[in-house]
Design a protein around this ligand. Sequence first.
Ligand SMILES: [Zn+2]
Length: 323
Amino acid sequence: MSRGGGGGSPQLAPSAAALVSPAEAVRSSFRLPILCYHKIEPRHELGVTRISPRRFARQVERLAAAGWRTLTLAEVAACARGERAVGPRELAITFDDAYRGLRDHAFPVLEAHGFSAICFVITAYAGALNRWDVPYGGRRFAHLAWRDMRRWQGRGIEFASHTATHPRLTWLDEREVARELAESRRVLSAALDCICTAVSYPFGAAGAREREIAAREGYGTGFTLARRWRGDPMAVPRTPVYLWAPPLPGVGLLAPIERLGAAAANRCAVGTSLLLHRTRDRAPAPDPSLRRSTSRSPGGAWGAARARGRRSAPASASEAESD
Ligand SMILES: [Zn+2]
């Protein structure tokens, strides 16, 4: 349906905006705040992605007190496709990496306030230590086990893909990108008896090629970090909540400054990827006691995932920065 045909103002020539369909109009004005958290942990580390449980609880309380409500993944996807308008005081809360600390320090707080969240899982590391990451300060953190996720499904927490092994997809060849996306979708769908429809690209890194492959592999929504909205449901931007976030993250007066800081920090994550590339081959095997907790995991792809963890270098610096 096109706008601009009705009305009684023949003296006004139809502007380009008047010819935009309602869906396009919604899509172009998509302004849904989507927060992206990582670790909610009492244990300190040197990185910037950890938020203490007390600080997180205060942020959620402030958001609830200010009248904000959270959207489900289906609602976010509908907004991104232009099929649903974003209402006032609506936001979405997401978590990348699916750390175990969420089970103890984040999910119960959200549930107490009637908030929902979307949690993105690195499927080959469910129930294992985060050996895919740089151990800032020598610390390792455990990821949610499948049984934790099953426990929180249906209690406001939805789970989706954060790939199988958390590579920077823009540095992989096309076949590897497809495998990371396909395998994580298959494993998560089987483990949680659902259809996985969304992916959060590691480091928010996804160019046109990665977005196309994700769509081809069955994803309907893709999430990036600290980017500008360009009308593509496969590249929905989020505001990362880092150590320095204000009490009302992502939606307060400081939100534009937050987004700038987040964009800069996200650029620095390229350094993390390079460091990982240099250290991956030296990483020890996963902790067997933690692996046992994934006994119902349908993946069985740990060895393959480890093998694929030995990544090739970025194809080019420009490609690495094109995400
Ligand atoms: Zn991540």
